[in-house]
Design a protein. Structure first.
Length: 239
């Protein structure tokens, strides 16, 4: 693993860390999917299973990490899906408050998944570059909900059209997730990920760097691209 690729090393958490890796397409939310909701049932079920495994560790806090964030998100902040034609607000943690910050899509969908899982404990939303600092010094069990999609260039009808390198790139991510290979995640090629429109790469790299050197018990639930975008679902428990 190249530690320089993921930035300076920050001391990691002292306690156990569990991670649920989930994609963040708005279509995960049935209200957005509409009639297509039946097409994402299996994906929602896989996300619920991965998140359930992580929440079973009884974490003191769930850190939701995803791209598009500036600063941190917490109680009173809220996201919405109005830009997708649905009048739906999703409070990030607890009731929305006047002046609360608006959460990016990844954190909005992440909060929705946590709500669906029945998790009412503390939540913290961060950008990939802030994950190590958010985990540093925590002594109790911590959960991470890592939100991010694979390449959006998997088919000719994909948002970024077909690129023959897209499937192998996602395959490598899937292998790292299945094997609990934190070093492989941390070493993902950021430039190639950006070229292939793989929005999850910054998040995956951050998780890999945060868990470098730890023994990981891993399970891959989903590796598919039904709409031309790579969706990967997995859960890790790092001792």
């Amino acid at each position: 693993m190249s530690t320089s690729a993921a930035g300076p090393r920050t001391p990691g958490p002292a306690g156990a860390v569990s991670v649920a890796f989930c994609p963040c397409p708005p279509l995960l939310v049935p209200a957005v999917a509409g009639r297509a909701a039946a097409d994402t049932v299996a994906l929602r079920r896989a996300c619920a299973e991965a998140l359930g495994a992580v929440l079973a560790t009884r974490p003191e806090v769930v850190v939701v990490v995803g791209d598009g964030a500036e600063g941190r998100f917490g109680a009173g902040d809220v996201g919405d899906l109005r830009g997708l034609g649905v009048d739906l607000e999703v409070p990030f943690a607890g009731p929305a408050r006047p002046g609360g910050r608006r959460t990016p899509l990844a954190h909005t969908v992440g909060a929705w998944l946590l709500d669906e899982a029945g998790y009412a404990g503390p939540r913290l939303g961060v950008a990939p570059g802030d994950l190590a600092a958010a985990l540093a010094g925590r002594s109790g069990p911590v959960a991470v909900l890592a939100m991010g999609d694979g390449s959006a260039r998997r088919t000719v009808k994909a948002p970024g059209y077909l690129d023959e390198a897209a499937a192998p790139f996602d395959d490598a991510v899937a292998a790292a997730l299945a094997e609990g290979d934190a070093a492989a995640l941390a070493a993902l090629d950021a430039a190639e990920g950006a070229r292939l429109l793989a929005a999850g790469v910054p998040t995956w790299r951050a998780v890999g760097a945060a868990l470098a050197g730890r023994a990981v018990r891993a399970r891959l639930h989903v590796h598919e691209a039904p709409f031309g975008v790579g969706y990967l679902v997995a859960d890790w428990v790092a001792a």
